[in-house]
Design a protein around this ligand. Sequence first.
Ligand SMILES: Cc1ncc(COP(=O)(O)O)c(C=O)c1O
Length: 398
Amino acid sequence: MLDYEKMFSERAKPLQGSAIRETFKVLAMPGMISFAGGAPAPETFAIKELTEIATDVLTNQGVMALQYGITEGYAPLKEQVRERLNRISSTKEDDELIITTGGQQGIALAAQALVNEGDIVATENPSFIGGLNSYRSFGGNTVGVDMDNDGMDMDKLEELLKTTKIKLLYTIATFQNPTGITMSVDRRKRLIELADKYDFIILEDNPYGELRFSGEPVPTIKSLDNNGRVIYCGSFSKIMSPGLRIGFVSAPKTIGEKMVVCKQTADVHTPVFTQMLASEFLKRYNIDDYIAKSCELYGRKCKLMQDKIAQYFPDCITTTKPEGGLFIWCSSSVDFDSSEVQKAAIARKVAFVPGSGLMPQTGVKTSSFRLNYSNSSEEKIDEGMKILGEVLKEYVTR
Ligand SMILES: Cc1ncc(COP(=O)(O)O)c(C=O)c1O
């Protein structure tokens, strides 16, 4: 047997498998109730509409759908995305707009274009593992900035900036993954000021921003920026379908052009066929009506999950109160390792994501964990929360 480990690049060696992707392996077990992934509810997929569109596209524009396309993306879709971003002032006239293969690719291309070995990338603590791994894979060191219910703590960020030069700040400011927290408007403004003062780029990752089910909309960070400091990443994964793999980036032109070259080394372009499906869907239907239905559904499921947490979980567990998105973050005043609880819960066929894999600093143990409410039926939320409550009670009374 060859020693493949020693052949790995220095860049690949520190990469840890995503705790969530690992959990997917056990999710296939019959009867498993999963609060682990970040998948949208299957009932939100417009399968009938997309079936018709797929047939029409292949029948009438088959050659274009099956041929190579251009790296920046299918032009009609780019226009539709630009129009949607204009509505929330999240693209600038001069920005480069790129259709990416999922929002994940937008993050990875930004990392490839900007992050050198040893560069510091500041992120929320905790953060999205796909983002953390993108920076790490280019040699970046991820440093977490603590959050409260208004998002990243800007005083703590400034303390860090006084001593440490950061290249990039990664934020999921709206309905954050994994906490569900939204950064307040004041903090968004302060973040822009700090970026100007300490000279760094902000990557605003916003795949959940349109999934608001309560509270008032907040402006994107990109819309508050006048100095070309913000790369904005979005996605159709949570509002149309993750399987289509369509995301988008609006980046200051020079950065965007470099990201286009990076994309040519990754996948040349996002599949034309799925871009055409998304584009035709946006043309024929009002996606906002579909999003409104998803929000209604997620608001109901989130409330149900919170009610069940209050009913079944031990009193030491507190949770965030999301106004949108797909996740609730649980913390405990009693110390335990949520990775251990996860094992016990999986043995009883309930899955969730322990916080340890979501920390910018590796090797941290935590009692915090993430719950997803979008992908389970209301019956399964009730059943799964009851079991998880029982498992947690065993751990906190030990
Ligand atoms: C914060 C965040 N960013 C980006 C993504 C990537 O999504 P996709 O590549 O499916 O668009 C996800 C997916 O869960 C996410 O949670």
